[in-house]
Design a protein around this ligand. Structure first.
Ligand code: ATP
Length: 288
């Protein structure tokens, strides 16, 4: 049997880091939304019980370090499944970019092998397992727009923002989330108003959403990589309604409510960054 799953990227409309917990994780509060830049995951049953990962990207490991592999292994062990799976990842989401590409691949594999192996588990059940792989996996399982708390694994759905364009630009460098957290000084950092962002979404108010975007980690990555600040400035000058770094970066996104301005921002960045995309937000999890 062969099935396909889409693994969309996410952006953080807001990301607040509250404090460091005793277990070493940071307590966070985030508003996230999926966008239609997606990896495509192909799954084929392997009757010999093995798990194999393949991808043409030279940036992701094709072994048990791959989060997609870990997702399949977790499902196989947890539900004592005899069959195996060949996972092919068509990698379209930039890697180590702040777009949760690896977490989304893992979530797509959880959904996919659930179907492939006929397990019929609910998304809520899969989310409990997903949290063992990474903090963003639970959100990626549901997709859409959501409020995430804890270390990111407690997910509550929110209304989707009004339709708009999202311009994503990633400078040619990867950022390690761990390094960003190590350099974070919570007392000096900017803390977005998450409740105001949630209210803006409830009110379906594009201008208010743009006014509330904020990311506690942005200042750290800006200090480490001046390219991030240059992209932000370029996007502002080209007419973005809001500009923010996603996750721990280095991808920066603009929100824009006209197609023409989205194209203008795209064109202004094309010579500067190799990875630039104009995408739409996904109000719901698209399945193929
Ligand atoms: P987040 O926004 O959740 O912090 P990210 O977008 O910054 O994630 P990823 O693209 O998920 O980062 O990748 C981070 C690291 O995970 C990379 O160094 C990569 O080698 C490893 N990795 C393991 N599996 C995958 C996968 N399927 N896709 C991408 N990266 C993967």
């Amino acid at each position: 049997m062969q099935i396909f799953e889409k693994a969309p990227a996410k952006i953080n409309l807001s990301l607040d880091v509250l404090h460091k917990r005793e277990d070493g994780f940071h307590e966070v509060e985030m508003v996230m939304t999926t966008v239609d830049l997606a990896d495509r995951i192909e799954l084929n049953t392997l009757e010999d019980g093995s798990i194999r990962v393949e991808s043409e990207s030279r940036f992701v490991p094709n072994d048990e370090r791959n989060l997609a592999y870990r997702a399949a292994k977790l499902m196989k062990d947890h539900y004592s499944v005899k069959q195996g799976v060949r996972i092919f990842i068509e990698k379209n989401i930039p890697v180590a970019a702040g777009l949760a590409g690896g977490s989304s691949d893992a979530a797509a594999v959880l959904r996919g092998v659930n179907r492939l192996w006929g397990l019929n588990k609910s998304l809520d059940e899969l989310a409990v397992l997903g949290a063992e792989i990474g903090s963003d996996v639970s959100f990626c399982l549901y997709g859409g727009t959501a409020h995430a708390t804890g270390r990111g694994e407690k997910v509550t759905p929110l209304p989707a923002p009004p339709p708009c364009w999202v311009v994503l630009a990633k400078p040619p460098l990867g950022v390690s989330t761990q390094t960003v957290y190590q350099n974070l000084n919570l007392a000096d950092a900017h803390h977005p108003n998450t409740n105001a962002m949630i209210e803006a979404l409830m009110d379906y108010d594009f201008d208010a959403i743009c006014a509330q975007v904020g990311n506690t980690l942005e200042g750290v990555t800006l200090n480490l990589h001046r390219e991030v600040g240059q992209i932000k400035e370029q996007m502002r000058q080209a007419g973005a309604d809001a500009v923010l770094m996603s996750g721990s970066g280095p991808t920066v996104f603009s929100l824009v409510d006209t197609d023409a301005r989205a194209q203008r921002i795209y064109n202004s960045l094309k010579g500067f960054c190799t990875e630039v995309y104009v995408v739409r937000m996904l109000g719901y999890q698209e399945r193929t």
